[in-house]
Design a protein around this ligand. Structure first.
Ligand code: HEM
Ligand SMILES: CC(C)=CCC/C(C)=C/CC/C(C)=C/COP(=O)(O)OP(=O)(O)O
Length: 306
């Protein structure tokens, strides 16, 4: 039955279109499933490793980055699918495409698995089988090992699961050389030891949210002081590991200077967090951790190219 227009209608229409304007497009929802901001740093470590490993062509760099993006993006989509119950319950993640119901769980899972399959085929055919295999291990590490298995079971979830995020430099190295060597393993170790302080600094800020959804992150299970101690411990380990490629002769003075300064700053911020125990120090360390990894990998490239 036809409805009479009312004087309120323009307001209702304006409100409806304002909501529509705020609603992300389908494209931006699918891009969000791939966790693009995290990907930018993963790809930086991939490209830096490629430049350290040899003289890759632009074509090889782009092909490897596409494969890496598909693999890590597929893993991100599978994570959105599996963790939708947790994401829905936490303010930081409630707006995500699957959690908020804009993308169906089945569509997100199909999307994630399709990207992962495309990645394996693409890397195997266009780059090489080792790069494809390593990248698939990263996919399994983030999805099966971290997301499905460890995240909801143990406070060591991020320590073990963090190995997945350390795979991209190996993919880059394998793409250029067809193999792996000591320097490649040091790059893996740097990201591996970087991940716990990176995440735990943020977890300190999100402790209540994780506790509410019963995810056993370190600050929830062992308390804030123990988390701050562990952050300092891993910061010192990270510093030690970051010196190894220099000691092994893989890098020279530029890398040594950068790793000393960046490592000292990391440890200083971790000590400050331990002493002060405030939210601001945790936020500063989290933000610095992002800059640290980017600058350290840029320094590696500068060291070997300049
Ligand atoms: C399993 C290991 C890791 C865990 C649990 C973790 C966790 C997180 C979380 C919860 C955030 C908050 C922002 C968000 O909602 O996405 C974040 C941000 C970020 N992480 Fe990690 N992270 C891990 C490994 C990595 C790795 C290996 C990299 C890259 C090398 C990385 C790069 C980033 C970047 C660039 C951001 C900022 C993104 C933004 O501003 O939205 N993370 N991480
Ligand atoms: C192919 C490959 C090398 C993939 C691995 C990439 C990898 C491990 C990225 C880390 C992703 C990340 C932001 C995890 C967040 O943890 P979370 O999912 O618990 O955080 P959330 O609460 O933000 O979802």
């Amino acid at each position: 039955m036809a409805r009479l227009a009312t004087r309120d209608e323009p307001v209702v229409v304006a409100e409806a279109s304002a909501v529509a304007a705020r609603r992300p497009s389908v494209l931006s929802d699918y891009v969000a499933l791939t966790k693009p901001k995290v990907q930018s740093l993963l790809l930086l470590t991939t490209v830096a490793a490629m430049e350290v490993a040899g003289e890759p062509s632009i074509g090889l760099i782009l092909a490897t980055c596409l494969g890496g993006y598909l693999s890590a993006g597929g893993a991100g989509a599978v994570n959105h699918w599996y963790d939708r119950d947790l994401d829905r319950a936490m303010a930081r993640t409630a707006h995500r495409p699957v959690a908020s119901g804009r993308v169906s769980p089945r569509a997100a899972l199909t999307f994630g698995l399709t990207l992962a399959a495309l990645s394996v085929v693409w890397l195997a055919l266009v780059v090489n089988p080792l790069a494809a295999g390593l990248s698939f291990c990263g996919f399994l590490g983030y999805t099966a090992v971290y997301t499905f298995w460890l995240k909801r079971r143990t406070a060591q979830n991020i320590v073990i699961g963090g190995a997945a995020g350390a795979v991209p430099p190996l993919v880059g190295w394998a793409a250029v050389t067809g193999g792996l060597d000591g320097t490649a393993l040091y790059l893996f170790a740097i990201v591996f030891f970087w991940t716990p302080p990176h995440f735990w600094a943020l977890a300190l800020l999100m402790k209540e949210e994780y506790a509410a959804v019963k995810v056993p992150m370190l600050p929830v299970v062992r308390g804030e002081r123990e988390t701050r101690k562990q952050i300092l411990l891993y910061s010192v380990l990270l510093y030690a590991v970051s010196q190894l490629p220099f000691c092994a002769g893989g890098f020279g003075a530029t890398y040594l200077a950068a790793s000393l300064i960046l490592g000292a700053a990391f440890i200083y911020l971790a000590v400050r967090l331990l002493r002060r125990g405030d939210r601001r120090s945790a936020l500063v360390l989290y933000l610095f951790s992002l800059a640290y990894l980017a600058l350290l990998f840029v320094a590696m490239v500068a060291d070997v190219k300049l």
